[in-house]
Design a protein around this ligand. Structure first.
Ligand SMILES: Cc1cc2nc3c(=O)[nH]c(=O)nc-3n(C[C@H](O)[C@H](O)[C@H](O)COP(=O)(O)OP(=O)(O)OC[C@H]3O[C@@H](n4cnc5c(N)ncnc54)[C@H](O)[C@@H]3O)c2cc1C
Ligand code: SF4
Ligand code: SF4
Ligand code: SF4
Length: 407
């Protein structure tokens, strides 16, 4: 049976819990607020299906992806504004629902917990849009996907690379012709337990229940400097954007980028590399000005990598909903794609931080660990990066840097 002795080796996909024929695996929150499988040994029959389904224990075989690359912008301004980048998800979801299909993604439930769920209604697609920098609870969605595809329905499933690989592993040899998957280039996922603590803190500060949270928004524009500001909405109609006056609103984002709050498996991620198992892979196109200057309108652009022939056929059917430019994989590699290939390096203070989470408030944690201005890149450093970019040596330089930092 599955036993988690090293937390870096469990991404929390819950494939084991959903596969167990005895339903004796529960996903339980640990001290850091992440879900891990716990087996009720009194019911377990030692069939080891949980081990056979685990996408980390059973390393994927390398596969050759199609790798057609595009940069895209959703032509519907509202949909694009509500999305993290160029708004890839909504038109594909709507297209599948029009064909009596079902759409799965991550959204907040009525208790403001980030969970995976599905919808068959176009009106509900919006709740899945936008990046939430928290790990979502995958729930029973793999079992639901299986039941839908078995009944002949088309399904779109969107999630992190490990959630998508967990799904494929769970589905095994089932016919997946009707399944379309989307994943993203993944930096990591912060603790849902930490978000619960943040939610309680914010509700106390604003005297009302939190009813909406976005990790990022385009109020100030679309750039790494302007987009990573959280937004909260409360039952009493208070609304608050993170800013200098309300720095704690941005607690989750700051902790995320300080590499202090992500899941241990994210710092040793088994799902890196260019050949994703999903049909589509999406990520932020921060360098649209250098790739296609005429598309740089500061409203968000997505890099879309089409990994399979099935995905290419679907993209041809929905491409009229986007402004599209095809680009080469090589041209994308000139820009920052570190999280495509390398796990982030955890902060040396991560352990101390989570020990303090038990006893300190969000504001105390913020003041102790996160109240700093990020250092501005020095002129010399910027110039070296530019030269490496122009000479095509940036990818190699990054490889050397990450290998060296990890050793
Ligand atoms: C946790 C996380 C880390 C990321 N790291 C990077 C990175 O390092 N570099 C980079 O370029 N891009 C990263 N991205 C992707 C980026 O933020 C955008 O999602 C991407 O650019 C696509 O934008 P879009 O507007 O086309 O997507 P949208 O149309 O807004 O669709 C977003 C999709 O992501 C799904 N989703 C949102 N949050 C989660 C979640 N927590 N777990 C699982 N699924 C979720 C939604 O269900 C939806 O289908 C990350 C996204 C997430 C959620
Ligand atoms: S060995 Fe079989 S019964 Fe036991 S926990 Fe794993 S899947 Fe369940
Ligand atoms: S990675 Fe997924 S399948 Fe493997 S032990 Fe963790 S939750 Fe279970
Ligand atoms: S970084 Fe890797 S382990 Fe972490 S959520 Fe992303 S894909 Fe999963």
């Amino acid at each position: 049976m599955i036993k988690i002795s090293n937390k870096e080796c469990c991404c929390g996909c819950s494939a084991c819990a959903q596969k167990c024929p005895k339903k004796c695996i529960k996903m339980e929150m640990d001290d850091e607020g992440f879900l891990y499988p716990v087996v009720d040994e009194s019911i377990c029959v030692n069939c080891n299906l949980c081990i056979k389904v685990c996408p980390i224990i059973n390393k994927r075989k390398n596969r050759n992806s199609l790798l057609e690359c595009y940069i895209i912008q959703n032509l519907n301004d509202n949909e694009r504004f509500n999305s993290a980048s160029g708004g890839f998800f909504s038109p594909l979801a709507a297209y599948i629902i029009e064909q009596e299909g079902v759409v799965f993604g991550a959204s907040f439930n009525s208790d403001m917990k980030l969970v995976h769920s599905y919808t068959e209604e176009k009106e509900e697609i919006n709740k899945y849009c936008g990046s939430k920098y928290i790990q979502s609870d995958i729930n029973k969605t793999y079992e639901e996907v299986l039941s839908f595809i078995k009944s002949g329905r088309k399904v779109v499933f969107s999630g992190s690379p490990c959630q998508v690989e967990g799904l494929y592993s769970f589905l095994g040899n089932n016919d997946i012709t009707n399944l379309i998957t989307i994943d993203f280039i993944c930096h990591g996922v912060p603790s849902p337990g930490l978000f619960e603590k943040y939610k309680e803190f914010m509700e106390k500060e604003f005297g009302s229940n939190l009813i909406r949270y976005t990790s990022r928004n385009k109020r100030l524009g679309y750039s790494t400097k302007d987009s990573f500001w959280a937004y909260c909405e409360f039952e009493n109609e208070s609304r608050i954007f993170a800013d200098k006056e309300h720095p704690y609103v941005n607690f989750m984002n700051k902790a995320f980028f300080a590499e202090i709050s992500s899941r241990p498996s994210c710092y040793k991620c088994s799902f890196k590399g260019k050949n994703h198992k999903s049909d589509f892979t999406i990520y932020d196109c921060w360098d649209v000005d250098k790739l296609h200057k005429e598309m740089d309108d500061n409203k968000g652009t997505t890099v879309l990598i089409v990994n399979t022939i099935k995905a290419q056929e679907i993209f041809e059917k929905i491409s009229r909903f986007y402004k599209v430019q095809q680009v080469s994989f090589k041209s994308l590699m000139k820009f920052d794609t570190a999280s495509m290939f390398y796990s982030m390096i955890p902060s040396p203070k991560r352990g101390e931080f989570f020990a303090d989470v038990k006893n300190m408030s969000i504001s105390q944690l913020y003041d102790k660990y996160l109240d700093y201005e990020p250092a501005k890149p020095k002129f010399f450093k910027k110039a070296i990066k530019k030269v490496l970019q122009l000479t095509g040596l940036l990818v190699l330089a990054r490889k050397v840097k990450y290998t060296w930092r990890r050793s």
